[in-house]
Design a protein around this ligand. Structure first.
Ligand code: SF4
Length: 245
């Protein structure tokens, strides 16, 4: 029986066995398995970084009808919105967009200002919580599994990323990271070979792209995520979307 067939019939108890098999599997294996297994209760979480467009391209080939959602924080770069439309048109997908709660966003802006993230790590985390983490958690409550583009060599905070896990911080749903063992050059080799659309900021030394005011270009030799919240220490550079890692 194939991994995919096993996955489709797997109960929770068998998941560990399936997971062990998937660890040795390719990104295609994992994406096919998770969509075959969880159907319309699984979706790719995309911020439209280089890894995310690879996931979408693979899913388009092995998982017809796949779902993709994104978090529109209201502070994204122009190029990210342009890429979203390019991807929608190329793959013919309906992009599911999650927005922050209007009331919480307004209260935050009125109390702390629009650029509160410059006023200390607590307020930066508050902004990420309101604009990203809470909308994500609301979305994940509707899913049984989600697919992410995390890679181990992106940063020290991601060195322990595994390909499949139980996401205890989101109700015990399944989280898969099919590119966990890919290198940055693996990602770019795939994008070039398959002519996948990508965020044009990558051509201006932005290896990791988030909200416009919290992202800058990096210098040669700098950490891939060195341009994210560059005024903070490296160990704090996560927004809380992947707090289980
Ligand atoms: Fe706010 Fe910056 Fe976090 Fe975006 S990345 S949600 S602008 S603190």
């Amino acid at each position: 029986m194939s991994i995919v067939q096993r996955g489709a019939e797997a109960g929770f108890e068998e998941l560990v066995d399936v997971r062990d098999r998937l660890v040795a599997g390719s990104a295609e294996d994992i994406i096919k398995w998770v969509f075959d297994t969880y159907g319309d209760k699984v979706a790719i979480a995309s911020s439209f970084g280089a890894e995310d467009v690879v996931l979408i391209d693979i899913a388009a080939k092995v998982a017809p009808g796949f779902r993709v959602f994104t978090l529109d924080t209201g502070r994204l770069p122009r190029t990210t919105y342009e890429l979203m439309d390019e991807i929608r048109e190329k793959y013919g997908i309906r992009l599911e967009v999650c927005f922050p709660d209007t009331e919480k966003t307004r209260n935050m802006a009125e109390q702390y200002g629009f650029n509160l993230f410059r006023k200390g790590i607590e307020l930066r985390r508050l902004c990420c919580t309101v604009r990203k983490v809470q909308p994500l958690k609301n979305k994940l409550k509707t899913l049984d599994a989600w697919v992410c583009g995390l890679r181990r060599d992106q940063s020290g905070t991601r060195a322990q990323v595994v390909k499949t896990e139980i996401d205890q911080s989101n109700g015990g749903i399944i989280k898969v990271n099919p590119l966990a063992d890919w290198s940055e050059s693996d990602v770019w080799d795939y994008i070039r070979k398959h002519e996948v659309p990508y965020n044009k900021l990558h051509d201006e030394n932005y290896p990791s792209i988030g909200c416009e005011p919290c992202t800058r270009s990096v210098q040669p030799g700098e950490d891939i995520r060195g341009g994210r919240w560059w005024w903070e220490s490296p160990e704090s550079k996560e927004c809380g979307l992947h707090s289980g890692n």
